[in-house]
Design a protein around this ligand. Structure first.
Ligand code: SAH
Length: 215
């Protein structure tokens, strides 16, 4: 296949992904616009790009025994945060950098923490090449968050701790939301919202993420 054929193939893939997201009733126009723009295939390290369809309705391997989440999960979690341009957001588990690019398209100030340095380097490279220089990435333990830039209007965790880490809750701004998978074998997406000193918790969809390791 020529380069042009590949580009046409990725374009078709992205269109199919977008109609799937609408079928799943993702309705936040800002999230849909961001996902329509980001070239998801470029976030898969080259050897993995043809192993599975980067735009398919499933997670995709990115090496180091990690995956990028299924497009629906990326869209759903992002939508849950109900972000506005200019919001300050903490991401935990940068992985390939795809979720970071989607958030960056929504014009938020993103601070993203990744424990595997090789993945952080890969993410940095792809994000820079695609013009997402504004994303801040740190190699470190996500359980610590990134206190220097707290509080955050949104916190999005893409690896699963056993329980909600209190350190992260402490870095949530008033009115801010956090979405994260919680549990070991059976996991649920948990959505938290801070209202002053109160934390409102909603247990939502069943999900399957890689564990959040101790850094
Ligand atoms: N959202 C990513 C995929 C995340 S995969 C994307 O868009 O590609 C889960 C990631 O969480 C992996 O990269 C893994 O290394 C990372 N991770 C696991 N435990 C962590 C921890 N304690 N702190 C930071 N990152 C962690």
């Amino acid at each position: 296949m020529t380069r042009k054929d590949h580009l046409a193939q990725w374009e078709r893939g992205r269109r199919a992904m977008m109609s799937k997201l609408r079928e799943y009733r993702i309705r936040d126009g800002r999230v849909l616009a961001a996902m329509e723009k980001v070239p998801r295939h470029l976030f898969l390290p080259a050897p993995y790009r043809h192993v599975s369809n980067p735009y398919g309705d499933h997670p995709c391997p990115i090496g180091h025994r990690q995956t990028i989440s299924q497009p629906f999960i990326v869209a759903y979690m992002t939508q849950c945060l109900d972000l506005m341009a200019g919001d300050r957001v903490l991401g935990v588990g940068t992985g390939s950098g795809y979720q970071a690019a989607v958030l960056s398209e929504m014009n938020v100030e993103l601070y993203s923490v990744e424990v595997v340095s090789k993945l952080a380097e890969h993410a940095r490279r792809v994000l820079d090449a695609q013009g997402y220089q504004k994303v801040h990435i740190k190699v470190g333990d996500g359980y610590e968050g990134w206190p220097e830039h707290a509080p955050y209007d949104g916190i999005l965790v893409t690896c699963a701790p056993r329980d909600v880490p209190q350190t992260l809750v402490d870095q949530l701004a008033d009115g801010g939301r956090m979405v994260l998978p919680v549990g070991e074998h059976v996991q649920r997406l948990v959505i938290l919202r801070r209202k002053g000193d109160k934390i409102i918790r909603k247990d939502d969809l069943m999900v399957r993420f890689v564990p959040m390791v101790r850094g």
